[in-house]
Design a protein around this ligand. Structure first.
Ligand code: FMN
Length: 192
């Protein structure tokens, strides 16, 4: 098959899970923004890195508060998530549409009650680039729906129930695919 050189576009062929970052505004009301440049990193312990471009209310509030939540976006949450991703927090009307919110268990952060998997994050370090900033965060807690941690249910079934949403090519995909196999198993097919 011929190869074609191309320029890089947003998230192409690199599906990324979507999260709603929750912060408290100065008046104590919650703000949520939609983000996908989010992943784990390792530095003595497992942490997360979150990249936020440009100027955004979420970025201002993360800097001010030093903490935020990251709530996994699921299929039922997608309409709300897409709304929060297409409305700037600087518009005071944005948060007139407010889902059920609870308080974090260990940090002063708003948690989306309907998300089955939410991180409570504290910023350890901020890396400033030209126009984007990367926040390296300590995972202070994960608030999980009980079934997510129930090892008696196969992980494929738990993933299907959670139905996380990923994005690539400016398109949302569901992450309820069939599992392939475990780590370390496919290498058995490689003949030296
Ligand atoms: C699918 C999707 C993914 C997004 N991912 C990011 C991201 O990873 N980083 C970023 O800076 N903005 C991202 N955005 C844009 C923000 O969600 C958008 O600027 C939003 O207004 C931020 O909320 P805020 O203004 O309340 O801070 C994304 C938007 C969409 C629709």
């Amino acid at each position: 098959m011929a190869k074609i050189s191309t320029s890089m576009k947003c998230n192409h062929f690199c599906p990324q899970s979507l999260f709603l970052y929750g912060t408290y505004r100065e008046d104590g009301t919650p703000n949520f923004g939609l983000f996908c440049w989010f992943s784990y990193y390792w530095d003595e312990d497992l942490g997360v890195m979150a990249c936020i471009g440009d100027t955004k209310l979420t970025k201002d509030l993360i800097r001010k508060n030093g903490v935020f939540s990251a709530n996994l976006v699921t299929k039922p949450l997608l309409p709300l998530a897409d709304y929060y991703g297409n409305h700037a927090g600087y518009d005071p009307e944005k948060m007139k549409i407010l889902p059920e919110v609870m308080h974090g268990a260990v940090l002063d952060v708003p948690i989306l009650k309907d998300s089955p998997w939410s991180y409570e994050l504290r910023v350890k370090k901020e890396l400033n680039c030209q126009d984007g900033d990367i926040f390296l965060c300590e995972i202070c807690n994960v608030l999980a729906d009980e079934y997510c941690l129930d090892e008696s249910i196969p992980i494929a079934a738990r993933m299907q129930k959670a139905a996380p949403v990923v994005t690539t090519h400016e398109t949302y995909f569901s992450l309820d695919q069939t599992p392939l196999c475990g780590w370390g198993e496919p290498q058995m097919q490689v003949k030296g």
